[in-house]
Design a protein around this ligand. Structure first.
Ligand code: BGC
Length: 250
């Protein structure tokens, strides 16, 4: 009998959920995706999460990611979602919409990092790793020998005059209409700044754009090796399902 959990990944454009086989990190059945309601207020988003669970017919524990710092199950930042998330007690919020079941909420990049440790690129398990997701923003997870240091926000570190994510997220690439070559230069500048302060043993790079890793990862210039994540957009959902199974509630 497989061990099955459920994860939900809340992003700026879509809210996605799926049953996850916790033995191998694969989805069981189809992923359900609903457009993120606008404005993406806590109540509107929680209502959409309830709809996904309803459609899936899932009544068990659920792990949920947010692009926010989560401390004591309270969201304390909201960079790419509605500002009204700041100060929201997410445990309380989701209990109101999802009833009496266990819920764990954690940062989206932290969830993706945990999934990558368990089921992704083996490089993620060893040494001092900086795991990054490139999407609307830049998400980060710091992982030492497979153990997460939660809630890092390296996407907001200044690199030159701009925050790293304003310069080198994949949304910044689209916004500025630049080639992979030009974008890789910006990403390299970000990685070099991270190295200056953190000296990781490796970078693992994920997010949707890692699907095209052959086009940009070989162009990156950093001292530590840079390797692509293997779970890509699946990672958030898988990590969320893992978190609630481990009773993690940052
Ligand atoms: C947020 C992070 C998040 C990242 C990726 C950033 O803007 O501050 O919490 O992990 O985007 O979604």
């Amino acid at each position: 009998m497989n061990d099955i959990g459920f994860g939900i990944d809340i992003g700026g454009s879509g809210i996605k959920g799926a049953r996850v086989n916790l033995d191998n990190g694969e989805f069981v059945g189809d992923r359900i995706k609903i457009k993120t309601p606008q404005p993406a207020t806590p109540d509107a988003v929680a209502d959409t999460v309830a709809e996904i669970l309803d459609r899936a017919g899932w009544n068990g524990p659920v792990g949920i990611t947010l692009p926010s710092v989560i401390r004591g199950q309270v969201a304390t930042t909201a960079a790419n979602i509605d500002p009204s998330w700041v100060g929201t007690d997410v445990h309380h919020l989701f209990s109101r919409y999802l009833g009496e079941r266990e819920v764990s909420v954690l940062n989206d990049a932290d969830a993706a990092g945990l999934a990558e440790v368990a089921f992704g690129n083996p490089v993620t398990k060893e040494g001092a790793v900086i795991f990054l997701t490139f999407g609307t923003g830049i998400g980060s997870a710091l992982i030492t020998d497979g153990v997460l240091f939660p809630n890092t926000e390296l996407g907001h570190m200044f690199v030159g005059k701009k925050e790293a994510e304003a310069k080198a997220s994949s949304a910044a690439k689209d916004r500025d209409g630049i080639s992979f070559k030009k974008w890789a230069k910006r990403v390299s500048a970000v990685l070099q700044e991270y190295e200056r302060l953190l000296n990781p043993s490796a970078f693992v790079v994920g997010g949707g754009i890692s699907r095209d890793h052959e086009r940009w990862v070989p162009l990156l210039k950093a001292t530590a090796p840079v390797v692509p994540a293997t779970l890509r957009n699946r990672a958030g959902i898988v990590g969320a399902a893992m978190a609630v199974r481990a009773h993690l509630a940052p």
